[in-house]
Design a protein around this ligand. Structure first.
Ligand code: PMP
Length: 461
C-alpha cells in the first residue's frame, strides 16, 4: 500500500490517542513500518533514531527475536487462561517470583494489569481496600501532584495532574487532590535546589493538614516525572516526602511505569531517590513494550493486610496475568539481566550520555540541560541570562517545542516536546557511538530550529 492510501485509511477509521483528529488528517500521519535496535523506518523508507524508546518502553531495543520466540511458543502452548476461579498459569507465576527477586526489598507480591493506567486504578482501589480492612474507611483521599502523569482512565487521569485532561470530562473524580510539582526551574527562584526540594515536599504536609491527616490514604508520585517533561527533583525532595508519609502513616505509591526496569541506572528508581514505597506501579519496560503488561508491586505492609487478613479484593481484569504478556516480560527481563543493561546505564552509558547531552548547553537555543540515567531533557531559550532564573523563555503560544520537534522528526531524530522542553528516553541498549550520533543529530536539528526561529524573528541575536 502507498503511504497516501495508508494515511487516507488511517484518517477514515483510526482515532489516535491524544490527537486532534481533524488536524492530523490535514497533515497526514507518519507510518512506522519496521524497527531494529534503536532505529525505526517509516513507509517512505526514512530511517529514524528513536530517542524515546517508542513511548518510554522499548528498553531492550527493536527486533529482539528471542522475545518474539517466547511469545510465539507461549501462544502455541497456552495463548490464554484467566487467573480467576482459583487458577494460575506458569508464565504468570514465574514472572511474579522473578519480580519479587528484582524488586526492592519487601516486595513479594504482584497484581497484574494490562497497562499503567489500569495499574494506577488498581492502586486507588487497593489503598482504599487496605484502609477499609484496617477499619479506617474514611481514609480515602489520595494526594498527587500537578503535571503528574498516571494514565488516561478515569482514576489514572484523576491521579494525574494534567489540566487539559481534567478540563475534559469533569475530572478529577472525588477523593483525589493535588500539590505542586518539584520543578526547580519554574518554582525555585531565590532558593538553592536543596532548599527548594524541602520546600516542595512541605506542600505535602500542608495538604495533609488541609485534608485532615485521618482522611489521607496515600501519596502517589513518579520518582522522575516523565510525560510532564522529565522533571528531575532535587536530591532533598524524596527523602523528605518519605519522612512526611512515615510521620502520618500514609501509604507511598511510586509510579515507576517509566522509571522501572533500569531506566535510571537502577532496576527501580525508588532505590535511586531513597524511598521505601508501599506500592510500585509498573508497565512499559517490563516487556520492553513488545506486548501490553502492567501491574502493581505490593510491599509487605499492604500485603500483610490484603493477604494476611483474608477477604476477597473485588478487583481484577480478564488479562491479569496474561500468559503471553508474562512470557514476553520474562524474556525481556532476562535480556536486561544477561546484558547487564542496568549496570551499563549506571556505570558507563548513563554517565556518558549525561556528559555528551550537557555539551548541548553551549548552543544558543539551549537554556538548560539535565539528565538521570537514560532520561534527559533540554529547555529551549529565547535569550540566556547570567543565571538560570534570569533566562528569557519563549511565549508558550509560539509552541517552539513543536517547531523543534518538527525539525527533529524531519531529519531522522525522534525527540519529544513537552512545552518548550525537549526530552529523550532512549533504549537502554544504546552504545557510546550511538550516543555520539544522537547528540550530533540533536545539535544539527537545533541549528535548523535556530535558523528557522531567526527567520520568524522569534529569537534575539
Ligand atoms: N504512569 C506513568 C508514569 C506513565 O508515564 C504512563 C504512560 N506514559 C502511565 C502511568 C500510563 O500507562 P499506560 O499508557 O500504559 O496506561
Amino acid at each position: 500500500m502507498e503511504t497516501a492510501d495508508i494515511q487516507a485509511r488511517d484518517h477514515a477509521h483510526y482515532l489516535h490517542p491524544f490527537t486532534d483528529h481533524k488536524a492530523l488528517g490535514e497533515k497526514g500521519v507518519r507510518v512506522i513500518v519496521r524497527g531494529e535496535g534503536i532505529y525505526l523506518w517509516d513507509s517512505e523508507g526514512k530511517k529514524l533514531l528513536d530517542g524515546m524508546s517508542g513511548l518510554w518502553c522499548v528498553n531492550t531495543g527493536y527486533g529482539r527475536t528471542s522475545i518474539a520466540k517466547a511469545v510465539y511458543e507461549q501462544m502455541e502452548t497456552l495463548p490464554f487462561y484467566n487467573s480467576f476461579f482459583n487458577t494460575t498459569n506458569l508464565p504468570a507465576v514465574t514472572l511474579a517470583a522473578k519480580l519479587a527477586e528484582i524488586a526492592p526489598p519487601g516486595f513479594k507480591h504482584v497484581f497484574y494489569t494490562g497497562s499503567g493506567s489500569e495499574a494506577n486504578d488498581t492502586n486507588v482501589r487497593m489503598v482504599r481496600r487496605y484502609w477499609d480492612v484496617l477499619g479506617q474507611p474514611q481514609r480515602d483521599v489520595i494526594i498527587s501532584r500537578h503535571n503528574a502523569y498516571h494514565g488516561s482512565t478515569m482514576a489514572g487521569a484523576s491521579l494525574g495532574g494534567m489540566e487539559g485532561m481534567h478540563a475534559q470530562g469533569g475530572l478529577p473524580i472525588p477523593g483525589i487532590v493535588h500539590i505542586g510539582q518539584p520543578d526547580y526551574l519554574s518554582a525555585g527562584r531565590g532558593m538553592t535546589e536543596e532548599q527548594f526540594g524541602i520546600r516542595a515536599a512541605s506542600w505535602l504536609e500542608t495538604k495533609i493538614h488541609e485534608v485532615g491527616a485521618d482522611r489521607v490514604a496515600a501519596f502517589i508520585g513518579e520518582p522522575i516525572q516523565g510525560a510532564g517533561g522529565v522533571v528531575i527533583p532535587p536530591s532533598t525532595y524524596w527523602p523528605e516526602i518519605q519522612r512526611i508519609c512515615d510521620k502520618y502513616g500514609i501509604l507511598l505509591i511510586a509510579d515507576e511505569v517509566i522509571t522501572g526496569f533500569g531506566r535510571t541506572g537502577r532496576m527501580f528508581a525508588s532505590e535511586l531517590v531513597g524511598i521505601r514505597p508501599d506500592l510500585i506501579t509498573f508497565a512499559k519496560g517490563v516487556t520492553s513494550g513488545y506486548v501490553p503488561l502492567g501491574g502493581v508491586l505490593v510491599g509487605q505492609r499492604v500485603a500483610d493486610v490484603l493477604v494476611g487478613q483474608g477477604g476477597e479484593f473485588q478487583h481484577g481484569f480478564t488479562y491479569s496475568g496474561h500468559p503471553v504478556a508474562c512470557a514476553a516480560a520474562l524474556e525481556s527481563i532476562r535480556i536486561v539481566q544477561d546484558e547487564r543493561l542496568v549496570q551499563r546505564v549506571a556505570e558507563d552509558t548513563g554517565p556518558y550520555l549525561a556528559s555528551r547531552f550537557a555539551s548541548l548547553d553551549n548552543h544558543p537555543l539551549v537554556g538548560f540541560t539535565n539528565s538521570c540515567g537514560f532520561v534527559a531533557g533540554l529547555n529551549l531559550v529565547r535569550r540566556k541570562g547570567a543565571t538560570l532564573h534570569q533566562h528569557e523563555w519563549f511565549e508558550p503560544e509560539k509552541a517552539v517545542g513543536m517547531v523543534c520537534r518538527g525539525h527533529m522528526f524531519n531529519n531522522g531524530m525522534i525527540m519529544r516536546a513537552v512545552g518548550d522542553r525537549m526530552i529523550i528516553a532512549p533504549p537502554l541498549v544504546m552504545t557510546r557511538p550511538q550516543i555520539d550520533e544522537m547528540v550530533a543529530l540533536i545539535r544539527h536539528c537545533l541549528d535548523l530550529t535556530y535558523a528557522d526561529l531567526r527567520e520568524r524573528g522569534w529569537v534575539k541575536e
